[in-house]
Design a protein around this ligand. Sequence first.
Ligand SMILES: [Zn+2]
Length: 281
Amino acid sequence: MVQNKDDRFYNEPILRRARKGLPIKELVIDAHGHLGAWMQFYIPQYDAASIVKVMDRCGVKAIAISGMLSIGPDYKAGNRAVAQAADAFPGRFIGYVTPNPNYPAKEVEHELDFWLTSHNWMRGIKLHPSYHEYPITGPRYQIAFEKAREYHVPILSHTWGQGDENSLCGPALFADIAEAYPDVTIILGHAGGLLPGYRTAIEVALDHPNLYLETCGSFQAMGLLEYLVENLGSERILFGSDCCFLAQTAEIGRVVFAKLTTEEKKNILGLNAAKLFNYPA
Ligand SMILES: [Zn+2]
């Protein structure tokens, strides 16, 4: 967002520090990341060490991440890669376990149980109805919501409120799920996708206190952050980058340069996520 010196947000301290090129000092947790290469386009650096390097540059303490392989050809290999990254850089990676609903229910259940009970940093579940081509309301996803309830971990789902994806994971579909699982925190990735999606995501979130909105996306309109905070407040909005689909450096700039107060930025950048992921305990 364009800032000028008359702007009352111009001297906001988080922004002022970023202008100097310094890493953010406040707690920052990126709620939406991906580890590994992707088949559709070239990503220059996607390994754990490279991700940590960028995090250090930006001042990001931890990133909640799922495996690219998990939303692509091999969900179990992706989950293993995430756990390995968390082991290699303690406290820097919070792992999402990703189930693939196209595999047998028993196998998927075992995968969720295994990681959510055996690894301290596997603290969430990631769902991708678009890449897995399976609707969020389908019965094979129920196990994920049940396990989230059992282990008290949040679920991040890709959402997109436009085009074909709207019937798989449009934000309106989360109303019934949020009602069926009121004790499960559900994060709507990309805050509903595009403008019609944002509007619906806000409406649904206003009706259901267990829904959170996450901010990443390469199409995100100018003023989105302000729009979300104005309508929902800052306590259920989470900074996410979609790294390494997208650059964390650019995505964090959306929050830092938004016309928001320091308190609002702190909530979005890290305080809200710290509560959801019980970070750092
Ligand atoms: Zn994602």
